[in-house]
Ligand binder design. Structure first.
Ligand SMILES: Nc1nc2c(c(=O)[nH]1)N[C@H]1C(S)=C(S)[C@@H](COP(=O)(O)OP(=O)(O)OC[C@H]3O[C@@H](n4cnc5c(=O)[nH]c(N)nc54)[C@H](O)[C@@H]3O)O[C@H]1N2
Ligand SMILES: Nc1nc2c(c(=O)[nH]1)N[C@H]1C(S)=C(S)[C@@H](COP(=O)(O)OP(=O)(O)OC[C@H]3O[C@@H](n4cnc5c(=O)[nH]c(N)nc54)[C@H](O)[C@@H]3O)O[C@H]1N2
Ligand code: SF4
Ligand SMILES: [Mo]
Length: 715
């Protein structure tokens, strides 16, 4: 047994860890690394369970090929790469580069070498078909920036703020990249409260985060844009906004005032099912002289019907109150492993990327953004696969994702995945997606890889100039033939005769570089050298203060706070809210502490009572349905139907059913023995957002009835 220092790569907090490794090189235990310069010993339960992933009994250790009779056969990595490269090349020759699509899922983000190779691969092929979970998660944030304009220096930071307002976000359970720092969120909240921060939480469920709230608004789902609009109205009417900031940087304040005119506090209160006085109190607590801090939307907003306009109205609270980092302030994180880049207190013009360039055949959707080859809306991918004709997608490479349970309208998704000529899943376990694949390529797992923390855009992941490097600290199980993922992509490219360009430089396509070569290449121009970072195994907080610079004279752009399309969406939103759909219940999203989307470190180690996603409902609703906790209920939407296990939970607003995503299997498989169910069955593409095809994934109108339990729960 030995101990090694590394960091966790399950979510973007990337907490420093100490890993106990057995004599065979297999990780057997993980704990937070007390000496880590940033995370100082913190690791959540998922991180602590992270060793188990490496030695799961059902971990795939050799590539699998689906045989004509549907069974899977083990083949070598070399053979798999040769066959896949040949099939991809043949499809490109026959149908053109658009026949190839890449979906890089959540697990592909926390692997820096891979994040650099994947866009190089699709660029070298010449296909625009790049998809990620961003567009089935939070792409309203991109749409909002691309319609409103972007502030060069970012928002005010959580750790220097005295007010924070959260709409449909639960950072105590679900670490995110903006707002509340992702590691040790409970400690961050306690410290903020001790400093006197006023916390406002807007959620249909009294969440773990709501325990820290000075004001908790238990809204009806879907009412957030009305609530934000009413708050804006109060703030502007009472002069609580930052007039100087608006004079300098904002266009269209009069159009904004006109658009929000109908949203009186009383009107919004009726729509949200709360008291108007509480909306006034929230507006006055959030805005006014001496206040610092932001309004932050989570998936409760970005997955809602009208997500784009809802997100926009919430961000306007930050804009009209001037909650942006200003000239002379310290910039949160200059990213030691990125090149030096000055940041300016200025607005850049709304780029509206989707209005020019490539359009999908299905639905005519454009690019969500264009850097590095850009990406297209994932929810439209199944239709793009199914639509015959020139440009049809014939092969999908899924890397670190699980489309079979992640994509909306599961029936449609499965139909599309089954229709492909080639589906490759780079995946360590036999997920529903892998079960449909022609080839399953098992990867090395996190502690078997060299890595640095993800190089997101400046300052977004953690609000400090922190970095770390980890070598591989563990070995894959003996006899395995698992892929270093970036290398697998390089090898496919080599066999296909493609030239990969990484960080602007052509990669050697004859002799394989090492992981360190790739990391050296992508950090070649960084402010702190990677060698310096390598000298600090516990990571280092670098002393590198960066000050926000004043706007440049040529920066004349201003925030466009109410473009015509946003005004039109706000009108449609209000009409929709007034029309009040006929549905007894609304299904809302939530996340669970022990899982990361569909990933559980090792389900075999979970208490059987926790091996499924309960449908949490208010006790009064259980009485109305005539059921008790543990009973089976059928939940039906316009898109589909599922059977779930109900659990009483008085933190849930009556009339809502709160349920986590990405459990369960494929629709034609036997029901999960523990009672897990896939909520994507209930997600319809009807009424999805016109720009980014974002479907309604929360606040879904559903009908519920009690059903007989067909089998006893497994234990
Ligand atoms: N433990 C854990 N952490 C995770 C993940 C995980 O699966 N597990 N997933 C990661 C990923 S991929 C993401 S995208 C992030 C997501 O991070 P969050 O966006 O914080 O996700 P949730 O924790 O589901 O919180 C969403 C909240 O929105 C509320 N809500 C639902 N509908 C509405 C509505 O109409 N209005 C309002 N105001 N609220 C609503 C729900 O009740 C819930 O409390 O979490 C990341 N972190
Ligand atoms: N109905 C509904 N649908 C949703 C959501 C919802 O709330 N409701 N949430 C949406 C959100 S926020 C997101 S982000 C998406 C997530 O969608 P995806 O990113 O497609 O799903 P994940 O479950 O995160 O997929 C991660 C996969 O990577 C595998 N994996 C783990 N480690 C590694 C590794 O080292 N290498 C590789 N190659 N694979 C690895 C895991 O086994 C898992 O199958 O789903 C979205 N879909
Ligand atoms: S919060 Fe948990 S899962 Fe995320 S990096 Fe830290 S230990 Fe890993
Ligand atoms: Mo997500």
């Amino acid at each position: 047994m030995r101990e090694a220092v590394s960091f966790c790569r399950i979510c973007l907090a990337q907490c420093g860890t100490t890993v106990t490794i057995d004599d065979a090189g297999i990780p057997v235990a993980v704990r937070g690394d007390k000496a880590n310069a940033l995370t100082a010993g913190f690791a959540c339960s998922k991180g602590v369970d992270g060793a188990a992933m490496h030695s799961r009994k059902d971990r795939i250790l050799k590539p699998l090929k689906r045989m004509p009779n549907g069974s899977f056969s083990q083949i070598s990595l070399n053979q798999a790469a040769a066959e896949i490269a040949e099939k991809l090349s043949a499809l490109i020759a026959r149908d053109g580069p658009e026949a190839i699509a890449l979906y890089s899922g959540t697990a592909s983000y926390f692997n820096t070498t891979l994040t650099k190779l994947l866009p190089a691969f699709t660029r070298a092929i010449g296909t625009p078909n790049r998809f990620t979970p961003l567009t089935i998660d939070a792409s309203s944030m991109v749409v909002r920036m691309a319609r409103m304009g972007m502030w060069g220096a970012g928002r005010q930071r959580f750790d220097t703020s005295n007010v924070w307002m959260m709409f449909g976000i639960n950072p105590l359970i679900s670490p995110r990249s903006n707002g509340v720092p992702p590691f040790n969120p409970t400690k961050k909240f306690k410290a903020a409260k001790d400093r006197g921060m006023h916390v406002i939480v807007v959620d249909p469920r009294r969440t773990e985060t709501a325990r820290y709230a000075d004001q908790f608004l238990q809204v009806r789902p879907g009412a957030d844009a009305a609530l934000a609009s009413a708050m804006l109205r109060i703030i502007l009417d009472e002069g609580l906004h930052d007039q100087a900031f608006c004079d300098a940087y904002v266009d269209g304040l009069d159009r904004l005032r006109a658009a929000i005119e109908p949203f009186t506090p009383e009107h919004a209160a009726t729509l949200a099912g709360i008291a108007a006085e509480h909306i006034r109190a929230a507006a006055r607590a959030f805005a006014g002289p001496g206040k610092r801090g932001c309004a932050d939307p989570g998936t409760g907003i970005t997955m809602a019907l009208f997500s784009n306009v809802s997100d926009h109205m919430i961000e306007l609270l930050n804009i009209v109150c001037g909650r942006m980092a200003r000239a002379g302030e310290t910039f949160a994180n200059p990213v030691p492993l990125a090149p030096a880049k000055p940041v300016y207190a200025e607005v850049s013009r709304p780029p509206r990327w989707w209005e020019s360039g490539h359009k999908m055949r299905a639905g005519g959707y454009g690019m969500i953004w264009t850097d590095d080859g850009g990406e297209l809306p994932t929810a439209a991918l199944p239709d793009e696969i199914l639509l015959p004709g020139k440009g049809q997608i014939k092969a999908l490479l899924s890397v670190g994702g699980n489309p079979g349970v992640a994509f909306p309208d599961q029936h449609r998704t499965i139909q599309a995945l089954k229709s492909l000529d080639l589906l490759v899943s780079i995946e360590p376990i036999m997920t529903p997606t892998a079960r449909l694949a022609h080839y399953v390529i098992p990867p090395k797992l996190m502690y078997e890889r060299t890595d640095i923390p993800i190089l997101f855009g400046q300052g977004t992941r953690v609000p400090m100039p922190f970095s770390q490097y980890t070598p591989p600290v563990a070995s894959p199980p003996e006899g395995s033939d698992v892929a270093e993922e970036w290398h697998f992509i390089w090898d496919l490219s080599r066999r296909m005769g493609l030239q990969l360009i990484v960080a602007g430089k052509p990669l050697d396509m004859e002799h394989a570089p090492t992981s360190d070569d790739i990391l050296d290449l992508v950090t070649a121009d960084s402010q702190v050298s990677l060698d310096e970072v390598r000298r600090h195994p516990h990571g280092k907080l670098f002393e590198m203060e960066q000050t926000v610079l004043p706007a440049r004279p040529e920066a004349t752009a201003r925030f466009d706070v109410m473009p015509d399309d946003v005004a039109e969406e706000l009108d449609r939103y209000r009409a929709h809210m007034l029309a009040a759909e006929q549905s007894p219940y609304r299904l809302t999203v939530r996340r669970m502490r022990q899982t990361m989307n569909s990933l559980i470190s090792d389900p075999a180690q979970l208490d059987p009572k926790k091996r499924f996603n309960p449908a949490y409902m208010h006790p009064d609703d259980l009485v109305a349905l005539g059921v008790t906790s543990g009973a089976r209920i059928e939940i039906a939407s316009d898109a589909g139907v599922l059977v779930a296990t109900v659990e009483h939970d008085d933190s849930v607003r009556p009339g809502t059913v709160s349920m986590s995503h990405m459990w369960g299997g494929l629709p034609d498989e036997p029901a999960d023995p523990y009672g897990a169910a896939c909520t994507s069955l209930l997600v319809s593409m009807k009424g999805c957002e016109p720009i980014n095809a974002m479907p309604r994934m929360t606040n879904i109108p559903v009908r519920i009835r009690a059903v007989e339990r067909e089998t006893e729960p497994a234990n």
